[in-house]
Write a protein that binds this ligand. Sequence first.
Ligand code: HAM
Length: 420
Amino acid sequence: MKAPRGTQDLLPGVTEKWQYVEEKLKDLSRRFHYQEIRTPIFEHTELFQRGVGDTTDIVQKEMYTFLDKGDRSITLRPEGTASVVRSFVEHKLFGAPNQPTKLFYIGPMFRYERPQQGRMRQFVQYGVEALGSADPAIDAEVISLAMSVYQTLGLRSLKLVINSLGDQESRASHRQALIDHFTPVKEELCGDCQNRLEHNPLRILDCKKDRDHPKMQDAPSILEYLNEDSAAYFEKVKAYLDEMGINYQVDPKLVRGLDYYNHTAFEIMSDADGFGAITTLSGGGRYNGLVQDLGGPETPGIGFALSIERLLMALEAENVSLPIDQQLDCYVVALGETANLKAAAITNDLRQAGIQVDKDYQGKKFKAQFKAADRLQAKFVIVLGDDELAHNQIAVKNMETGEQEAIAIDQLITHMQGIL
Ligand code: HAM
């Protein structure tokens, strides 16, 4: 039996990298004052239909949807924003005294996509959502947090791309312009885009199949259709980014694959050689209508998400090695029957005292136990022999220097705590 296509097992040796990255992400979230939220891995299908949008690829083609035994349509979450907003509304977090509500999450997401490097069917997203502020400074904060993730981990080859999708009014006039632009060539577009032309023409700009169609090159740019408020908002976001020293490029073609966005949209790409075909590391944007769409009071929101899979790919592409400590504090080596009995108790006592310890469980000979300690990169080996035990003593060997000293058993824990 093999794991399903598009999923992976993370084995020891790799999980340490994940733990390291996850710790960094939690650390950074704390620094920016975002608190953790954990929502269910499955939700009612309707949440994503309404939240992510009926015309998106995610909802139309990529969801893991099934009927449960009670005949309810259930979907494994394809992303985190809709769930976080559902929870925000359900628990009336908008009523809490401290606003905006700043949340982060780390967890698996599921999309039925064609797997390739950097594109999985189960992947882990870290994301943040700030709900309750329409201050362009928080757009800049979220973008800064996203950039900081990569920078703190040591990545250098990054490209930040931003755009504004404007408010409803701006989008409506842009939408009409897109319809006027593409209708004369409708028959030349792919089946999906013919549909999009009717239901969501903005999506055409994101189409992989029609990317090279001549009409794509001079398609109306959203930036020309921003009304005064939307244009002013975008200018402020850029001013904050400038002031914070965050470099960006404006790309009027950046539309994002989810329907809830308006105003600020952004993506971070890797510029590193050898990163592979998919270069987007993370994406996000503002979604001012979503809370209302999901039954809450009018509340602006902005957030972003990245996958840890692509983050680790970027680290590899840039040859960044994570400072992961693979060493073991102590390995207990025992020789003789009494010593073996005592070794189990000493191992246990040391662990209770907070020290990381392991011992042999394979009935290995004395020499082989030392070899095991070596392989596990133990800093110290504690040697128990029946003879020493008769004098209530054990030997502690420093594996780096080779020095060995005899310690009274009842002094062992204090001694180890001292030298570790
Ligand atoms: P998204 O652009 O669909 O946005 O996904 C965000 C990130 O998740 C991508 O940039 C990529 O790193 C990762 N990702 C997406 N699909 C896959 C996949 N199949 N395999 C590996 N990684 C993947 C969202 O999901 C929005 N909820 C982001 C957001 C939060 N917007 C506002 N708040």
